[in-house]
Design a binder for this molecule. Structure first.
Ligand code: F6R
Length: 357
């Protein structure tokens, strides 16, 4: 039940810190160490390449997951949109492992790929919020999100739960391969949960930002580099699906290859700056769009901030910033939709689980 909340989306955004803590608990053993079913860890280690297959928001979580698995477990990963995979199948490696990411576990596009790869005899793992769902039953292994039911059509807490579970899977697999980490994931996810709480308390600030940047706009662009690019894609999807503002996410470096032509006087451009290695370059992109009249809204992480920034997120492990930087974007979409009198929980033309291909 949504209790005192005006809708499910806001409630589910607010549940994210709690979900982070639940996930850490669910994946901890009696010594408070993170663990994953040994069969799954073995399947990860036997794979010469991992193929992540998903749709929409879950696909965006998969892009972040690739980063985790490649950095923490050093296994090569490809991420694919399920609907394209069947006819655009890449040349597969000799020992692939397929990871299906699906909140509902019922998405037909993903299931169709699962059926095909099972016929070829390949192993599969489903990461889902719904125990006993089709994708969970039909795959060899399942990891649960522990996010609780997600009712609003726009996915919020399932996205951050997927990213957290993927970080644990990558970390535990990496450790099993003898890879050393200079950070403690349990501690860092705890810091993330606290940061999420701080962010969820900044609703008024985000509502003001939504009003300032999105009140009358027809479109909005999201730019970022490295992992911020992936979060930008998710921010754009959230905004378009619930507020109907045309929104697109781009890699900062791609702007000059075409998209910059769309910048007009007053076009809002949301820029994410959470990664030290690309901080200067993304700020360069902001200058480029501002010089052409854009209205830039910079969301940066503490430590990398600048006077011109609109919003600063607390500092967390740089690998884990998608868990925090997405929250202001969720709230931005939420308030933009609310201000336009849109039905936030049930946007037009969309269904919570897409059971047709
Ligand atoms: C966006 C959204 C969709 C879903 C997509 C996949 O907010 O909710 O893009 O992420 O339809 O759904 P699942 O994860 O259930 O397979």
């Amino acid at each position: 039940e949504k209790g005192t909340y005006p809708n499910y989306m806001l409630k589910e955004i607010d549940e994210q810190p709690l979900v982070m803590r639940k996930i850490v608990q669910a994946y901890q053993n009696e010594n408070n160490e993170l663990t994953i079913d040994i069969d799954i860890v073995n399947a990860m280690n036997e794979a010469d390449r991992i193929y992540i297959v998903a749709c929409g928001t879950s696909y965006h979580a998969g892009l972040v997951g690739k980063q985790f698995i490649e950095t923490m477990a050093k296994i090569p990963v490809e991420v694919h949109v399920a609907s394209e995979f069947s006819y655009n199948m890449p040349l597969l490696s000799e020992n692939p492992l397929f990871i299906f990411i699906s909140q509902s576990g019922e998405t037909a596009d993903s299931r169709s790929v699962l059926v095909q790869i099972k016929e070829k005899g390949y192993k599969s793992l489903t990461i889902t919020n719904v125990q006993g769902s089709t994708l969970s039953r039909e795959a060899d292994y399942t990891l649960l999100l522990h996010a609780g039911p997600e009712i609003a059509v726009a996915s919020t807490k399932a996205y951050t739960a997927q990213i957290a579970v993927l970080s644990i899977l990558a970390n535990v697999t990496g450790k099993s391969r003898g890879i050393d980490f200079d950070f403690d994931l349990v501690q860092d996810l705890g810091i993330v949960a606290n940061a999420m709480e701080v962010l969820c308390d900044k609703k008024e600030e985000m509502e003001d930002i939504a009003r300032k940047f999105l009140a009358t706009t027809r479109n909005c662009f999201f730019i970022g580099r490295a992992v911020d690019y992936y979060v930008g894609l998710e921010g754009a999807l959230k905004l378009k699906e619930i507020s109907y503002i045309q929104a697109e996410g781009f890699a900062g470096g791609e702007l000059k290859h075409g998209t910059i032509a769309l910048i007009e006087e007053g076009t809002p451009v949301v820029a994410l700056a959470t990664q030290e290695s690309v901080n200067l370059s993304i700020r360069g992109n902001v200058k480029e769009v501002a010089a052409r009249g854009a209205n830039p809204c910079i969301i940066s992480m503490k430590g990398l901030e600048d006077d011109e920034d609109s919003f600063i997120i607390p500092e967390v492990n740089e690998l884990l910033t998608p868990l925090t930087s997405v929250i202001p974007l969720q709230l931005l979409a939420y308030y933009a939709a609310l201000h336009r009198d849109c039905d936030v929980d049930k946007p037009r033309n969309l269904a919570k689980s897409v059971t047709v291909e």
